[in-house]
Design a protein around this ligand. Structure first.
Ligand code: ADP
Ligand code: MG
Length: 368
C-alpha cells in the first residue's frame, strides 16, 4: 500500500512516520525539495501543489491520496479523483474549510450553530449588522486566514476607517459577533467510510499572539453534548478522515461552531506519545480502510510548540532535560524565522509535565 500526501510540512512528516509503523509507503508532493517530509517519505515529487502533472503522477502511483493543509486546489484534486478515484476524503472537507461564509452556513444547516455572522462587502453592511448584534465584532477574510491573520476586531464605528478594514473587505469578508469566551476547544475526530467515528482526547489550549503555544490533557474532559454536536455535523456532511472542529463556549455555557480543519491539528500532536493511537495513525487508518480502534490517553500529557525565536534555546533546554517521557520533534526546517513552527516538545507523565512546564514559563517570558 502506498499513500500520497499533498504538502510536505510537519503534518505530512508526522503522517509519514505513522504510515511507516503501519508498513505503508509514502509519496509526498511539495515544491521544496528540503521540506520537513523529504527526510522521511519514501518518494518526493517536487512540484507546485496545483501542478497538473505533479498531481497526476501522485494519484497515479498511489493507492490513496490525502492532503496536509486546506488550501489545496479543489479543481486539481477533483480532476485526478475523476481519473483515479482514490481521494477517499473527496473534496467536501476542503470546500467547507476554504471559505468561512460557506463553512458557517453549512454548519448552521447541519444543526451546529455558529456565532451570529453575515457576509459583508462594505462599511454599511457592518453598521447594519451592528444594529442587531452589539459591538465588539470580528471582521474576517472569507479565505486564506490562519493563526488570526486576516482578522480585525471592530470595537465601534470609528474602527471602520482603518486601512486594515478596507483591505479585509476588499478580499471578501464576513462579520461575526465577538463571543465572550469561557473557553475554546478543538475536537479532533476521525471517521471512516463505514461511518465509525473516534475522538482524540481533547486538550486545554493556550495561545500566544494567536498561535497555539501549548496543549494539555489530563483526562478526557470534553462534554458529551459537544461530542454529539461534532458527531452529527461530521455525519451530516459525510466527512471521511481526520476533521478538527474548533468550538467556542461562552460564559453562559452556549456552544458555537467556529471552524474546521480537515487535517491533523496542532493541538493533537501530544497524541503521538500521550495516546495509544495518535491522530496521525488514526487518519492513515481511516483513509486506508484499516479498523479504527478506540483511543486511550496513556497519561497526563503536555505539548509546547517551539517557534523560530525559541528554537536554539529549546534545543539547549532539551539536551539538559531529555528523558524517555520528554520527546523533542524537530521539523528540520531551513531558517528559524520568528513565529515559524520549528518543532514541538511533548511530556507524558505528571513529573515530566511539571518539568516541561518550567520550560514553557521560560519561553513565555522570552516572548513577552
Ligand atoms: P484562524 O484560526 O483561521 O486564524 P479563527 O476564526 O479560529 O481563525 O480565529 C482565531 C482565534 O481568534 C480564535 O481561536 C479565537 O481565539 C479568536 N476569535 C476568532 N473569532 C472570534 C469570535 N467571534 N469571538 C471570540 N473570539 C474569536
Ligand atoms: Mg482557528
Amino acid at each position: 500500500m502506498q499513500i500520497g500526501i499533498i504538502g510536505g510540512g510537519q503534518l505530512a512528516m508526522m503522517l509519514c512516520e505513522a504510515a511507516k509503523k503501519l508498513n505503508i509507503k509514502t509519496v509526498v508532493l511539495d515544491p521544496n525539495e528540503k521540506c520537513s517530509s523529504s527526510y522521511i517519505c519514501d518518494q518526493l515529487i517536487t512540484s507546485n501543489y496545483d501542478d497538473k502533472e505533479g498531481l497526476d503522477k501522485l494519484a497515479r502511483i498511489c493507492d490513496v491520496v490525502t492532503y496536509e493543509f486546506e488550501n489545496v486546489s479543489v479543481a486539481g484534486l477533483e480532476s485526478v479523483n475523476d481519473k483515479y478515484h482514490n481521494v477517499v476524503q473527496g473534496t467536501t472537507p476542503l470546500k467547507l474549510a476554504n471559505d468561512r461564509l460557506h463553512e458557517k452556513e453549512q454548519a448552521a444547516i447541519s444543526g451546529f450553530k455558529p456565532v451570529a455572522f453575515a457576509s459583508v462587502s462594505c462599511n454599511s453592511d457592518i453598521t447594519r449588522f451592528a444594529k442587531s448584534v452589539e459591538y465588539p465584532l470580528v471582521l474576517k477574510t472569507r479565505k486564506f486566514g490562519y493563526d488570526g491573520k486576516g482578522q480585525r476586531i471592530i470595537n465601534d464605528e470609528s474602527d471602520l476607517d482603518s486601512l486594515e478594514v478596507i483591505n479585509i473587505l476588499k478580499q471578501g469578508a464576513i462579520i461575526e459577533k465577538m463571543v465572550n469566551l469561557d473557553y475554546e476547544t478543538s475536537v479532533i475526530a476521525i471517521r471512516n467510510s463505514d461511518g465509525q467515528i473516534r475522538f482524540i482526547p481533547s486538550t486545554n489550549n493556550v495561545h500566544m499572539n494567536n498561535i497555539l503555544f501549548s496543549s494539555e490533557v489530563s483526562a478526557d474532559s470534553i462534554s458529551n453534548s459537544i461530542i454529539e454536536k461534532v458527531k452529527s455535523y461530521i455525519n451530516y456532511h459525510d466527512l471521511i478522515g481526520i476533521i478538527t472542529v474548533e468550538v467556542f463556549v461562552d460564559i453562559d455555557g452556549e456552544v458555537y461552531f467556529n471552524e474546521i480543519a480537515p487535517r491533523p491539528h496542532n493541538s493533537g500532536h501530544y497524541s503521538i506519545e500521550g495516546c495509544d493511537h495518535s491522530q496521525f495513525d488514526m487518519h492513515i487508518r481511516s483513509i486506508c480502510g484499516i479498523d479504527l480502534p478506540d483511543i486511550k490517553l496513556i497519561d497526563h500529557s503536555f505539548m509546547v510548540n517551539i517557534l523560530g525565536q525559541d528554537y536554539e534555546f529549546a534545543k539547549q533546554w532539551y539536551e539538559i532535560n531529555k528523558c524517555s517521557g520528554i520527546v523533542f520533534h524537530d521539523y528540520w526546517k531551513q531558517g528559524a524565522i520568528n513565529n515559524r513552527k520549528m518543532a514541538h516538545i511533548t511530556a507524558v507523565g505528571s513529573n515530566n509535565v511539571k518539568c516541561l512546564k518550567k520550560y514553557s514559563v521560560l519561553a513565555k517570558e522570552r516572548n513577552e
